[in-house]
Design a protein around this ligand. Structure first.
Ligand code: UDP
Ligand code: MG
Length: 148
């Protein structure tokens, strides 16, 4: 089944939003397949955001991501990449719809609480980068109550 890499950024951890974010993904019906609290090195953050290296905000973005521990997660389920992005909301929280994570919990683009993979291909790359040790293979007994 489809998987997405979801990360609660340092501001989300500092603000005590870990439970809130996890709860939204759990309640929607996605399955948690990997989870860790870690602080990453500058070079690792640069690798994660390598596609944005030419952007003017890149240096500030990397400083932000390495400023404290993050919660790295893999969530699994039908359509989790696209649905995860919808749940997260627009990149700039001022444009994020109320009801989305950023639309409910953030104000600034450089403090927007959460990352989510933007395609199945980037999810695959990001999961390989963040979880080289692999994931948990388990199945929820609730599966038939969520999926037809
Ligand atoms: N970002 C920023 N300024 C911008 C655009 C993006 O600080 O003008 C940060 C923001 O934290 C965003 C991250 O860079 O979440 C990655 O940008 P991307 O365009 O990939 O947005 P996302 O996929 O996170 O919505
Ligand atoms: Mg992105």
């Amino acid at each position: 089944m489809e998987q997405s890499f979801i990360m609660i950024k340092p501001d989300g951890v500092q603000r005590g939003l870990v439970g809130e974010v996890i709860s939204r993904f759990e309640k929607r019906g996605f399955y948690l397949k990997g989870l860790k609290l870690i602080t990453v090195e500058r070079s690792f953050a640069e690798k994660h955001y390598e596609d944005l290296a030419a952007k003017p905000f890149f240096a500030g973005l990397v400083d932000y991501i390495i400023s404290g521990p993050v919660v790295a997660m893999v969530w699994e389920g039908k359509g989790v990449v696209a649905t995860g992005r919808k749940m997260i909301g627009a990149t700039n929280p001022l444009n994020s719809e109320p009801g989305t994570i950023r639309g409910d919990l953030a104000i600034e683009v450089g403090r927007n609480v959460i990352h989510g993979s933007d395609s199945i291909e980037s999810a695959r790359k990001e999961i390989a980068l963040w979880f080289p040790e692999g994931l948990f293979d388990w199945k929820s007994n609730l599966h038939p109550w969520i999926y037809e």
